[in-house]
Design a protein around this ligand. Structure first.
Ligand SMILES: C[S@@+](CC[C@H](N)C(=O)[O-])C[C@H]1O[C@@H](n2cnc3c(N)ncnc32)[C@H](O)[C@@H]1O
Length: 217
């Protein structure tokens, strides 16, 4: 474990319950805490991002959207397979600036929208696969986002939510209200999806996660 990571984990341990820290885990913006959030996400989410993209069974021709691109760990894996434009939705200016500096593959398009309303950019029924890793906890009201997922996905299009419910259980509840797997599945089912979940254990604390899949009926 490198020195930067040790420092980031130490700061996070003291601030984990605070609204301030959770806000930065949702979308990094405060100097110092944004660095802590980005450093922890890079370390904790690399393996999970690669694993989920493998499970998505992407085709070259798929139209894919990732919500909450963050450090770009998953979208870079998607770009190794998909040839069409890949849409990344990233509300954090801090993350967008870092992504620009990373010289991502040319078919990655980053949008600055709040994912609640993508109607100015994404046509109805145009997306085959949608991915959001460590994002669903923060979306409120969740129903509005699920309705937008339904609008943009094709019939039989599939969404994938990577969730670490154990890691976020101490986050500020106002900022991260969606922490109940069964409630999320029931909200997806009520709004027209066939939803299910699996617990995936890749062997380390940071790589245990729940994968929620939902198919548009
Ligand atoms: C906890 S981070 C996860 C980042 C990355 N997916 C990962 O697992 O490392 C949540 C990400 O979702 C983005 N985000 C949160 N709410 C959003 C919204 N309403 N619309 C678009 N992006 C959002 C944040 O800016 C941040 O990049």
């Amino acid at each position: 474990m490198n020195f930067k990571l040790i420092v980031a984990r130490w700061i996070h341990k003291f601030l984990i319950h605070t609204e301030w820290m959770t806000e930065n885990m949702r979308s990094p913006k405060t100097i110092g805490l944004a660095w802590v959030a980005r450093t922890l996400m890079n370390y904790s989410n690399a393996q999970v991002s690669i694993d989920i993209v493998n499970r998505m069974k992407l085709k070259k021709t798929d139209h894919v959207l990732e919500l909450g691109v963050g450090n770009g760990l998953a979208i870079k894996e998607i770009a190794k397979i998909c040839e069409n434009n890949i849409i990344g939705v990233e509300i954090s200016a801090e993350f967008r600036k870092k992504l620009l500096n990373k010289k991502l593959p040319k078919n990655i398009v980053i949008l600055e929208n709040d994912a609640k309303d993508l109607s100015n950019e994404i046509p109805d029924g145009s997306i085959d696969k949608l991915l959001a890793i460590n994002v669903i906890y923060f979306l409120k009201p969740i129903e509005e986002y699920i309705l937008e997922f339904r609008r943009i996905l094709k019939k039989r299009g599939i969404g994938y939510l990577g969730c670490k419910f154990e890691s976020i259980k101490n986050f500020d509840i106002e900022v991260a209200p969606n922490r109940d797997e069964r409630a999320i599945i029931s909200q997806l089912s009520n709004l027209g999806f066939n939803a299910s979940s699996d617990f995936i254990d890749l062997g380390e604390d940071r790589s245990r996660y729940t994968l929620i899949q939902f198919e548009k009926q």
